[in-house]
Design a protein around this ligand. Structure first.
Ligand code: IDP
Ligand code: MG
Length: 153
C-alpha cells in the first residue's frame, strides 16, 4: 500500500474542519495509519519546506505553518498520493474546483487548509520528518476487500 503525508494546517484546525476533512479521506477508502496533533517548530518547518526556500512566499509559509496546532497523519491505500492530491484540489482555494477540499473550504492563496505529499520520494522523506516507524500501525480495515477488489485491473 502506498503511504502519503497529510497535514491539516493551522487554518483547518482553527476553523474546526479537522473532522470533516478526515471524514472525506475515510469515506474514500484510505486508511489512517498514523496521526498526531502537534505544533510544528520553525526548524521542522524549514526542513519540510526546504524546496521552497528563496521563493517570495517562503517566509510567510513558515510563519503560517508554525502559527498554531496542526494534525499530521499518514494515509495508506493504493494510489494514495494521486487520490489525495486530487481530493485536495489546486493550491489556491480560489482556483480549486468545487468538490475538492480546497475548492469547498478555501478562498485564499496561502491559507489552503492542508498539505499532501506530491510523489513517492517526497512522501517517504516527509513521513520520516514527522513519524518514527513504530508510530505507523500496520493494519487493514475490515472493509478493505470491498474498497480494493483482488483483481483491480
Ligand atoms: P501544494 O501545497 O499544492 O503542493 P506548493 O507549490 O508545494 O503547493 O506550495 C506549498 C505551500 O506554499 C502551499 O500549499 C501554500 O500554502 C504556499 N504557497 C505556494 N504558493 C504560494 C503563493 O504564491 N503565495 C502564498 N503562498 C503560497
Ligand atoms: Mg507541494
Amino acid at each position: 500500500m502506498e503511504q502519503t503525508l497529510i497535514i491539516l494546517k493551522p487554518d483547518a484546525v482553527q476553523r474546526r474542519l479537522m473532522g470533516r476533512i478526515i471524514q472525506r479521506f475515510e469515506e474514500k477508502g484510505l486508511c489512517v495509519v498514523g496521526m498526531k496533533l502537534m505544533q510544528i517548530s520553525r526548524e521542522l518547518a524549514e526542513r519540510h519546506y526546504a524546496p521552497h526556500k528563496g521563493k517570495p512566499f517562503y517566509p510567510g509559509l513558515i510563519d503560517y505553518i508554525t502559527s498554531g496546532p496542526v494534525v499530521v497523519m499518514v494515509l495508506a491505500g493504493n494510489r494514495a498520493i494521486d487520490i489525495t492530491r486530487t481530493m485536495m484540489g489546486k493550491t489556491f482555494g480560489y482556483e480549486a474546483a468545487p468538490g475538492t477540499i480546497r475548492g469547498d473550504f478555501g478562498a485564499s492563496r496561502s491559507f489552503n487548509l492542508l498539505h499532501g505529499s506530491d510523489a513517492p520520494d517526497t512522501a517517504k522523506t516527509e513521513i520520516a520528518l514527522y513519524f518514527r516507524e513504530t508510530e505507523l500501525l500496520d493494519y487493514a480495515p475490515s472493509d478493505q476487500a470491498w474498497v480494493y477488489p483482488r483483481n483491480d485491473v
